[in-house]
Design a protein around this ligand. Structure first.
Ligand SMILES: *[C@@H]1O[C@H](CO)[C@@H](O)[C@H](O)[C@H]1NC(C)=O
Ligand SMILES: *[C@@H]1O[C@H](CO)[C@@H](O)[C@H](O)[C@H]1NC(C)=O
Ligand SMILES: *[C@@H]1O[C@H](CO)[C@@H](O)[C@H](O)[C@H]1NC(C)=O
Length: 194
């Protein structure tokens, strides 16, 4: 309910902010920016995930959110909103951070490879989650019924995200828009959502 009210306010904001760089987008038909394929010379063992990425293509996300139990209005809003990932890595405790930034909300998950944590999900559920890193892929499982799997495949400057719940599969592709200097990033203390 709170999310819906909040969402409505932000929905108006989306409509009223034509100059925003987080322009509303439509599923299936996102405008794709030029994809530069810079060959990576990173080794697999030291794959560089960090950076700022922007959503460039999304398929079936509405159905995924519907299976999660999100209402119609919230789903339409989420699907029509541009989204960015900010991925950082803290060497000191080997913690990865994935921040999702949209006009609607900002959320973050922080994890260590293969170590279970509690995730505050977009639908309000708190779920046990684990992310295992396999070369250039983050394989995430949420231990709930129905089980949710999210595979994020990093390939050059793209992340190919596959969201699976029951027999519903949604693919969302993000493109890197800038690098992030690992050393300069300060993580804040709040950990929530995805
Ligand atoms: C590869 O390594 C060199 C030397 O460390 C570096 O200058 C360059 O930016 C790296 N990346 C690519 C894509 O060549
Ligand atoms: C987006 O993904 C769909 C389904 O995979 C594909 O048919 C479409 O060509 C993609 N669009 C762009 C702009 O990449
Ligand atoms: C993303 O992954 C899906 C499923 O493996 C694949 O069909 C699709 O072609 C991939 N898209 C990109 C841009 O790599």
């Amino acid at each position: 309910m709170i999310l819906q009210v909040l969402s409505f306010g932000l929905f108006l904001k989306v409509l009223l902010l034509p100059g925003s760089n987080l322009a509303p987008v439509t599923e299936q038909n996102l405008e794709i920016s030029t994809i530069t394929t810079v060959p990576s010379n990173e080794t697999k063992a030291d794959f560089r995930f960090t950076g700022r990425y922007r959503l460039i293509n999304s398929t079936n996300f509405d159905s995924f959110l519907s299976e999660l139990g999100l209402g119609y209005f919230t789903r339409k809003l989420v699907c029509a909103t541009q989204s960015e990932y900010i991925i950082t890595y803290d060497r000191s405790d080997e913690t990865h951070s994935l921040k999702t930034v949209t006009l609607l909300r900002e959320s973050e998950i922080r994890f260590r490879d293969g170590v279970e944590f509690i995730e505050n999900r977009i639908d309000g559920e708190k779920v046990r989650t684990v992310i295992k890193i396999d070369k250039n892929r983050w394989i995430q499982k949420q231990f709930v019924k129905p089980e949710v799997t999210i595979v994020r495949e990093f390939d050059n400057n793209l992340i190919n995200n596959t969201f699976t719940i029951n027999d519903v599969v949604s693919i969302r592709v993000y493109e890197k828009v800038s690098d992030i200097d690992e050393e300069s990033v300060q993580l804040d203390d709040e950990v929530e959502d995805y």
